[in-house]
Design a protein around this ligand. Structure first.
Ligand code: GLC
Ligand code: CA
Length: 589
């Protein structure tokens, strides 16, 4: 208090880096391929670290890179302590973490407490050891129901479609017990009442924290604990919070408190980031209490339609919910599970829901791109943590892939109805032309070891086909275009870092001249205005524009545009008679 030396203040700010960081999500399989086999890898990612530095991201969250049969893009882990040979090896992961840090970029790794792969040694041991064994206690093995045990133990439905239960076969070939999997059959659920499960995960955290990982992203964080009575769910209309058979059970909080103790034991405390989908704000906030998880993804924001009222409400509720527990908000526009913003925002229904996905939805990508640019500046101007999914900074659309190219279990387990998530996982274009638009042409890596020393001279095709016109969206091309999506992102992230107004949480709503305009102030002198309406909006004459998602000519903000202004004046910054709308401000929309 008062006597604190400046360097102490600096270091505290540094330790709290996660409160206003820009975190870039890397889906390694699709980021950059360093050895020409058509699959992204750690050599490719290492070679592109300068790109991420120049974009000015503070951290990367890398989706699973562990040894895995890849039944669900690596979210089926066979061994947390080794890297899948597709991507590289452990030594290379350590080098990557260290090199990223030299570029000022921290690394967050992905941990899946809900399940492991069916090829994980624990699950294989459980199958071998048979019913009643300690090995089976780490999972949810049950006898079937019905006369011969032919019916699944519960009526639960998997989030990938179909039952959550798969029957095993005994050593003598007879049908055996069933095991639980909330996702694919290749992802058996762990039993968190079992001490081995708890100990193992805390060890895995330490394993990666000891190797320099700055934090973990906790996959499906609301799902790991189950009601041991395994009650049926069909016909139940609702649950008292905390009593759902497999979502948001109260016992989860103990697990994450223990993880927080592990994270806090480091000189630079490590950070926990949760993937938790919950409708009730207070239940969500409970995970973010000071002795639990640091931050969680804001799926309300991510799934919201492109609508001023809805986004105003989501932003207001988000800020209220988080300030009640002292946690920073997060702003997420997409990830590796979600329809790309350029596509989603160019459709009649701009909200995201897994259930609404279908093949052949009409899309206006020009409109979608315009809105995605505006959405990017909105998200980047809000206080808290910004998440950016690889390729969104290039404005990649969701790719419409031929059915025979699809790989996602979500597609197959929906009976082919859901297009699945491959469309947002297509390998990135780095160059305007050339093989795989530069995805597979990263520099030779003389330090790679193991299988990665072998370069494939005859390059394989990328693991998912890239649309023919993606050269125009490539990094190289966009670096040449002053108004490209990439340079818009670079400018936004540069200002987010350099403007003092963005450094703390100060946020104030401003009165807007129309309900279809969002306006707020950050700090003393930065204002963000988003025009969601269909009419132009006039700025005060002397407005000083810091950045805009579309050209501002003569002080006019066109529809679907975000602008950042510098002004010392906190009110009446917009004329009360926006061009094209009635002067009473009522907008007939
Ligand atoms: C999370 C991941 C998703 C994965 C699922 C099962 O939702 O983001 O990609 O399929 O968990 O691990
Ligand atoms: Ca590769």
């Amino acid at each position: 208090m008062g006597t604190e030396r400046p360097e102490e203040r600096t270091s505290r700010r540094d330790l709290e880096w996660w409160r206003n960081a820009v975190v870039y999500e890397v889906y390694p399989r699709s980021f950059a391929d360093g050895n020409g086999d058509g699959i992204g890898d750690l050599a490719g990612l290492r070679s592109r670290l300068p790109y991420l530095r120049d974009l000015r991201v503070d951290a990367v969250w890398i989706t699973p890179w562990y040894s895995s049969p890849q039944a669900d893009g690596g979210y089926d882990v066979a061994d947390y302590r080794s890297i899948d040979p597709l991507f590289g090896d452990l030594a290379e992961a350590e080098r990557l973490i260290a090199e990223a840090r030299e570029h000022g970029i921290r690394t967050i790794v992905d941990i899946m407490p809900n399940h492991v792969s069916d090829r994980h040694p624990w699950f294989r041991a459980a199958l071998a050891a048979g019913p009643g064994s300690a090995e089976r206690e780490r999972f949810w093995f049950r006898e079937g129901r019905g006369p011969n045990g032919d019916d699944a133990p519960t009526d639960w439905e998997s989030s990938f479609g179909g039952s959550t239960w798969t029957r095993t076969t005994n050593a003598d070939g007879t049908p055996g017990q069933w095991y639980l999997h909330l996702f694919a059959p290749e992802q058996p659920d762990l039993n968190w009442q079992n001490d081995d499960v708890r100990r193992e995960h805390e060890d895995v955290l330490r394993f990666w924290f000891d190797r320099g990982a700055a934090g973990v992203r906790i996959d499906s964080a609301g799902l790991p604990v189950k009601d041991p009575a395994l009650p049926d769910m069909r016909g139940v209309s609702g649950y008292v919070p905390g009593t759902h058979p497999h979502l948001d059970r109260d016992e989860l909080h103990d697990i994450y408190r223990a993880w927080r103790r592990v994270a806090d034991a480091y000189d630079e405390p490590r950070v926990l980031v949760a993937e938790v989908w919950l409708a009730e704000a207070d239940r969500f906030a409970a995970y973010l209490r000071p002795d639990e998880i640091h931050t969680a993804f804001n799926f309300d924001f991510m799934t919201a339609p492109w609508d001023a009222d809805r986004l105003r409400r989501v932003i207001r509720e988000t800020l209220d919910t988080h300030s009640a527990v002292g946690a920073p908000a997060t702003w997420v526009l997409s990830n590796h599970d979600i329809t790309r913003p350029v596509t989603r925002l160019g459709r009649a229904n701009t909200a995201f829901s897994f259930d609404a996905k279908s093949f052949g939805t009409p899309t206006d990508e020009t409109l979608g791109t315009r809105r995605a640019r505006a959405a990017a500046l909105l998200a980047a101007a809000l206080p808290g943590v910004l998440y950016l999914y690889q390729g969104d900074e290039l404005g990649l659309p969701e790719a419409e892939l031929p059915r025979e190219a699809l790989t996602d279990p979500m597609h197959f387990r929906s009976g082919g109805v859901d297009p699945g998530r491959d469309g947002c996982r297509v390998p990135l274009p780095w160059t305007a032309d050339g093989r795989a638009f530069g995805f597979s042409s990263a520099a030779d890596d003389t330090t790679a070891s193991g299988p990665h020393r072998v370069r494939h001279d005859t390059a394989a095709a990328p693991w998912l086909p890239q649309p023919d016109d993606w050269g125009g969206l490539s990094v190289a091309q966009q670096l040449r275009e002053p108004h490209s999506m990439l340079l818009l992102h670079r400018d936004a992230l540069r200002l987010r870092r350099s403007e003092p107004a963005f450094r703390d949480d100060a946020f104030r709503w401003l009165e807007a001249p129309s309900p279809s305009v969002l306006a707020f102030a950050r700090g003393d002198d930065v204002i963000c205005i988003v025009n969601f309406g269909t009419h132009d909006l006039a700025l005060e004459q002397d407005a000083d524009i810091l950045l805009a998602s579309a050209p501002i000519v003569g002080g006019v903000v066109p529809p679907d545009t975000t602008v950042w202004l510098r002004t010392a004046c906190s009110t009446a910054f917009i004329s009360t008679a926006p061009i094209g709308i009635p002067s009473d401000g009522a907008q007939p929309e």
